[in-house]
Every structure is written in C-alpha cells, then in structure tokens.
Design a binder for this molecule. Structure first.
Ligand SMILES: Nc1ncnc2c1ncn2[C@@H]1O[C@H](COP(=O)(O)OP(=O)(O)OP(=O)(O)O)[C@@H](O)[C@H]1O
Ligand SMILES: [Mg+2]
Length: 481
C-alpha cells in the first residue's frame, strides 16, 4: 500500500514539476533559449555549405537573383518570429514589410530541410545561403527554382511600380551609387499643355522605339534614344520627363552631374543602371557653365553614345534638359548623340487654353478674346506661372483669368522687353521654332536671322576660348561663358 502511495505521489510530483517547468519556459520565453541551444548542438553534427549572392556581378551590374532573394525573404513567416527585424512601409498605404537587418540570419524550411539566409553587409551587400551538405543535392536546385517562381509572380504585380533612382556622392563603404524611392509622379502627356501635333509625334516616336530592338541591332546600333528638352524655366521639361517615364513604364535614373567625381565614376553609374529606364540629366547647360569636377567632355560624350557600355545602354531612353541650347557644346547636340530636340516655349494663347481646360475646367470664357489680344502683343508667361495663378483661383475661373491678364500685363510686359535681348540666344522665346520630323527625330529648325548672327559671334568667341583651353575632348570640361 505504501509502495502504491509512493508511486502515485512521485507521478503527481512529476506532473507538477513539468507543469511548473512548462510555465517557466513558455511564460518567461526561456523556451526560445532552449531551442537555440538545441539547434546549436544539432549544428555541431552537420557540415554546411554556403552560397553567396552578391548585389552586383563582377561587371558591377545588378544581380537579379539578389533582388529576387530580397523579395522572397520579406515573405518568410520565420522572419516574423526572429529576434529582431526591421519594419518598413510598403507600396500600398497600409502595407508594412519585414526586412532582415544587416548580418541577421533567418531560417527557412524546404522539402523537410532547414536552410539559413544571412543578410551580409560588409562593405558590399550579399545574401548568404547555408545548406546542410547532406541536403544540398536534393534541394538546392528545386529551392532556387521555388524562389524564382514565387518572385516572378511578385514582379508581375510590381510592373506598375516605377522607381526613381538618384546618385549619391562616391562612398568607400558602399558599392551602390544609386538610392531609390518609388516614382509616383502624376504627370502624363495629357496633363501637359503643348501642341497636340508635337505631343503625338513624341508619343509615336517613343512607341516605335519600343518596337525597334531588331532594327537597331541590324544597324549595329545601341538600342537607345536620346532627347533634348530645351526652353525657359517653368515650361514643363521636368514634367515631360515624368510623363515619358509613365508612358513607357520605365524607371527613372536622375543623374546629378555635380555629384559625379570623375570619368570612371560616370561609367560606373551607367553600369549600375538597369534596362527599361529613362536616364535623365537635368540642367546640362548649368553644369557645363558652373562645373568644377574632373569630369571630361569626352566622358560625357561616350556616356551619351553608349560605346563604353553597349551592354548597359541598351533599352534606355536618355533625356537632357537645358534652359539655353546655345550654351551647350555643339558636339553634344550632334545627330546620333541627341536624336530628338523638343522645344518648350513660354505660353501662347493655345497653351493657355489648354491650361484653362486642365486647371479650371473651362473650354471657353468671355475673357478669352482679351487674353488672346494680350498674347498677340508678345507678352507671355511660363506655363508654371500661369498654372500657379489658376490653382490659386481655381474656385472662380473669372478671377483666375483676370489674374492671368494682369500678370501678363505686368510680368509679361517685363519679359517681352527682356526677351528682345534673350531671343538672340533662343532662350526664353515664346515661339521661334517649327518642328519637323527629320532623319527620324523631331528636329527644330530655327528661322530667326538674329539667331544665325548670334551663333556667328558665339562661334568666334568659342574659337578664341578653344585656343586657350586646347582640346575639350580629353580635358575636364572648362567653364565657358
Ligand atoms: N506645359 C505645361 N503644361 C502643364 N503644366 C505645366 C507646363 N509647364 C509647366 N507646368 C507646371 O509648372 C510646374 C513646373 O514645371 P516643370 O518643373 O516641369 O518646368 P521646367 O521646364 O522643368 O522648369 P526648370 O527649367 O526650372 O526646371 C509643374 O508643376 C507643372 O505642372
Ligand atoms: Mg526642370
């Protein structure tokens, strides 16, 4: 009987103990420590093999597998259970994404095998996959295929999500020179006030570019197209670049030449761009005048030609914006380097009507004849100035148009006087070009006698300055005034 009693009390004590232990382990979280110790102990009896997936390949181009792995890891449920994870907002307003921290490891299970991923960040960024040697033959290929399939679906969903890349100053600690954010510019060709004819020409030019891969290759040319957008400030050049990117569904690489340290840095930046992208250089004229970096003109020309990177200039659209075309080296503007020149003039009456439809929702108004009359006197404002007035008075179209009229009478008059001087260099002119398609591009033929005279003078000045600066092609671009 006593034996029986002892036996039951031992069982009872055992149950109580394990119950208390369970509470201790689970309530305090000690269970995770125990699991970790157990996993470390298990690891001692296995041999692992590691695979590194670097962000860039040996020619400094993006390794697509790196992006896929990055997308795949954010979807792992084990990431939620790991000790430490970064939380980042996603594309949709309520999206929250989990991201591995630097040098953090996360576990995944595939076909009954355990694999480990580490986000290695020692100068360069890599993912390191660790698989048990015993499992490698069985699971490595199917596992990578699994990642590929899952992320392919995701890439399909992401098609509409464009990115804007901006270059940063060279940094010894990082391989990547581009920082990216989501590109959500709402600009479209419809929202830009410009001649319908010209807009359609540009659209069909872009469409035919998209279909011309074989054609370019047959000709032995790099499959790229370059545009020069020129015109006074606030005439819609940057908005037009955004509209182009939206139309093509291409990512945008916005190169700030002031942050490019030298020729090889520019090559490196281009190497790191991806296909299906618009590469933009804003305010090129300002850079050519003000620049003080060691970037040579020949590097800029090679960059435009795509010779140095025939592999990396493919399927790219390059866009250069300038306020004043005359201040740009003629070598930069020659056909082949710039395929299409598009002029962005100050507002005329037809552009004003376009803006009135978009911003005020009015197609016609009793004040329109008065506005037309003022435009006919040569007064003008930039579309940016007019659109600002319209936005400020959007609740009352009459007040908006009156404010445009009074601005045209004051600022516009001032501009008309200053335009007489500026027109010499074709900067700030309201309407001095006629567009025509020539040799595959929209070429603007200038018809002002004064322009020719100015160029003679400009060429003379350049000859003089060239004598001083020797050849521009191999030396850094010098300040020209
Ligand atoms: N042609 C246009 N049609 C509609 N809106 C325009 C037009 N031009 C300018 N705007 C408006 O004016 C603002 C400034 O335009 P944007 O930045 O594109 O001008 P820009 O030519 O790039 O000027 P800058 O030479 O100073 O960079 C934008 O918000 C845009 O909506
Ligand atoms: Mg701009």
């Amino acid at each position: 009987m006593e034996l029986f009693f002892r036996f039951f009390s031992a069982i009872f004590i055992g149950i109580c103990f394990s119950w208390l232990l369970r509470i201790l382990l689970f309530r305090t979280g000690l269970i995770f420590l125990v699991k970790k110790w157990w996993a470390n102990l298990e690891d001692c009896f296995h041999v692992y093999q590691s695979f590194r997936i670097p962000e860039f390949n040996e020619t400094s181009q993006h390794n697509h597998l790196y992006r896929k792995v990055s997308a795949y890891l954010t979807s792992l449920s084990s990431l939620e259970d790991s000790d430490f994870t970064n939380l980042i907002t996603g594309n949709k307003p309520n999206d929250i994404i989990l991201r591995l921290d630097s040098n953090q490891t996360v576990q995944d299970n595939f076909l009954g095998a355990k694999v480990f991923w580490t986000n290695e960040q020692k100068g360069s960024r890599n993912f390191v996959l660790r698989i048990r040697k015993a499992d490698k033959r069985r699971i490595l290929r199917p596992y990578l295929q699994h990642i590929h399939t899952l992320t392919a679906d995701e890439n399909e969903q992401r098609k509409g999500d464009l990115k804007l890349f901006m270059n940063s100053k060279p940094n010894n600690h990082s391989d990547t020179r581009w920082k990216s954010i989501q590109f959500k510019h709402p600009s479209t060709f419809d929202s830009i006030a410009m001649e319908t004819d010209l807009k359609e020409k540009v659209k069909s030019d872009l469409e035919s570019f998209l279909k011309s891969k074989q054609y370019y290759h047959r000709l032995g040319r790099v499959w790229k197209r370059s545009y020069l957008l020129y015109g006074p400030s606030g005439t819609g050049k940057s908005s037009f670049v955004a509209a182009m990117a939206n139309f093509l569904s291409y990512d945008v690489y916005d190169i700030d030449l002031f942050k490019v340290s030298d020729d090889s840095d520019l090559k490196f930046l281009l190497l790191q761009t991806t296909s299906k992208s618009v590469i933009v250089v804003e305010d090129l004229d300002r850079f050519l005048i003000e620049k003080s970096s060691a970037l040579s003109l020949s590097a800029l020309l090679n960059f435009m030609d795509g010779i140095l990177t025939s592999c990396c200039a493919e399927e790219r659209v390059m866009v250069f914006t300038v306020n004043c075309k005359e201040q740009v080296e003629p070598a930069i503007l020659r056909p082949g380097r710039i395929d299409v020149h598009i002029h962005f003039p100050l507002c005329d009456f037809s552009a004003f009507k376009n803006l009135a439809i978009n911003y005020l929702g009015v197609k016609d108004h009793k004040l329109f004849p008065q506005v037309e009359e003022i435009f006919q006197t040569g007064a003008s404002l930039s579309p940016a100035e007019i659109s600002e007035l319209m936005i400020a008075n959007r609740n009352s179209p009459s007040r908006a148009i009156k404010s445009v009229i009074s601005a045209l009478q004051t600022d516009g008059d001032r501009r008309r006087v200053s335009n007489i001087g500026r027109r010499l260099s074709d900067c700030g002119s309201r309407k001095s070009v006629a567009e025509s398609i020539e040799s595959g591009g929209v070429v603007c033929s200038e018809n002002t006698q004064t322009g020719k005279e100015f160029r003679k003078l400009y060429g003379f000045l350049r000859m003089k300055s060239n004598k001083i600066s020797q050849s521009f092609d191999s030396s850094p671009i010098r300040k020209e005034s």
